[in-house]
Write a protein that binds this ligand. Structure first.
Ligand SMILES: NC(=O)C1=CN([C@@H]2O[C@H](COP(=O)(O)OP(=O)(O)OC[C@H]3O[C@@H](n4cnc5c(N)ncnc54)[C@H](OP(=O)(O)O)[C@@H]3O)[C@@H](O)[C@H]2O)C=CC1
Ligand SMILES: [Mg+2]
Length: 331
């Protein structure tokens, strides 16, 4: 039985979504009463309110009215992917209208399609995870329209939780690549690195993709050795985050310690890596994103902003250092 009407608990929501994913007819029905987050060639539709962006949820009836202006009908709704549901169990979908003319759509919807990597800085937390998930799912469908074995088209189920090859029945599920992000500390300093591709002045924890067959612990040890030539001594899991750029990754964040502190930087991977004191890290956390150049032409060091798990990993390290210092004073 699908959960009906008002439901508030996490379990009810989860079961409701499970049924929508499994049952095409139910999901088709949910499309006709759902709400929609719209994209245009993977750029989300956002509305500006003050200095922040908000992603509007468009009702099915409003969407159908808009689509009718372009000669489209409710069959277009089936190109959507299921994202989740509201507190009142209204199914939420994402739909990419990239085939329609962007500027006229923006006018019609009184909102703009913005590149997610730029819009994310000004978007509120709940909308960030929703849009990240939506973009990753839409991108995965766009990139997996053919079976890699038969070369024949794959078909999306209604919710978009999988695609099936029309000729050999192979099932494809949306993928994300596991990536470890590790804040290495040698006691009272932590290691932050900068890559050629980063915005100027941005330093962050060491990151690297997991290789096939590796455990997370092995990836952390390998990446730290590969990038800065250090042996990890101890390791602790901190938390995780879905990261949509450039493709979909699951960022797994860890705190690690090393005994040695002599860096041997792999210049093919990193532009720079440095040990930072507690005071330097506190200062970097306070610098705005993309700060202007200083008088000497360089930029102050800054760290990833609040939408990136790296920010919280670095903040946690600061908190631990402060607690240690307080404990020392109290002894
Ligand atoms: N959310 C956050 O707080 C942060 C997120 N990140 C993210 O972490 C990710 C990984 O960091 P990075 O230092 O670049 O990783 P790596 O150190 O693993 O280096 C990237 C290289 O690994 C190769 N690679 C191996 N597997 C993959 C795969 N599945 N997808 C893409 N490339 C792969 C590619 O090499 P080749 O080009 O030779 O194929 C790529 O250039 C980045 O996507 C970055 O955006 C990073 C820091 C903070
Ligand atoms: Mg790396």
């Amino acid at each position: 039985m699908v959960a009906q009407g008002w439901c508030s608990s996490y379990i009810k929501h989860t079961r409701f979504l499970f049924e929508l994913k499994e049952n095409d007819d139910l999901c088709r029905q949910a499309l006709t009463s759902g709400s929609f987050y719209l994209f245009h060639n993977l750029s989300p539709l956002v509305q500006k309110s003050g200095s922040t962006y908000h992603a509007p949820a468009i009702s099915c009836s409003d969407l159908l009215k808009t689509l009718s202006q372009y000669g489209k009908d409710k069959s277009t709704l089936e190109e959507s992917v299921l994202l989740g549901c509201s507190d009142s169990c209204t199914a939420e979908f994402a739909l990419d209208l990239g085939k329609l003319e962007q500027s006229s759509l923006e006018k019609e919807l009184s909102a703009e399609f913005r590149d997610l990597s730029k819009a994310i800085v000004k978007t509120d937390g709940k909308n960030i995870s929703l849009l990240s998930r939506a973009q990753a799912l839409l991108r995965w469908h766009e990139n997996n329209q053919y079976c890699s074995k038969s070369g024949k088209p794959t078909q999306k189920n209604v919710s978009g939780s999988k695609r099936v090859c029309s000729s050999n029945g192979m099932v494809y599920y949306p993928q994300m690549s596991p990536v470890v992000i590790t804040l290495v500390s040698n006691g009272n300093r932590c290691l932050l690195a900068n890559q050629e591709s980063f915005p100027p002045g941005m330093y962050t924890a060491l990151a690297g993709f997991c290789e096939i067959g590796e455990t997370l612990e092995e990836t952390v040890r390998r990446e730290v050795a590969e990038e800065v030539g250090l042996e990890v001594d101890s390791l602790r899991y901190y938390g995780s985050q879905h990261w949509p750029f450039p493709m979909s990754s699951l960022m797994i964040a860890c705190q690690a310690t090393v005994k040695d502190d002599k860096l041997d930087i792999n210049k093919a991977e990193l532009k720079d890596a440095r040990w930072f004191s507690l005071e330097e890290v506190i200062e970097a956390l306070q610098v705005q994103i993309m700060p202007p150049k200083m008088a000497d032409g360089t930029r102050p060091v800054w760290v990833p902003p609040r939408f990136a798990i790296a920010h919280y990993l670095i903040q946690e390290w600061v908190q631990i250092q402060k607690t240690r210092l307080e404990e020392k004073i109290n002894i």
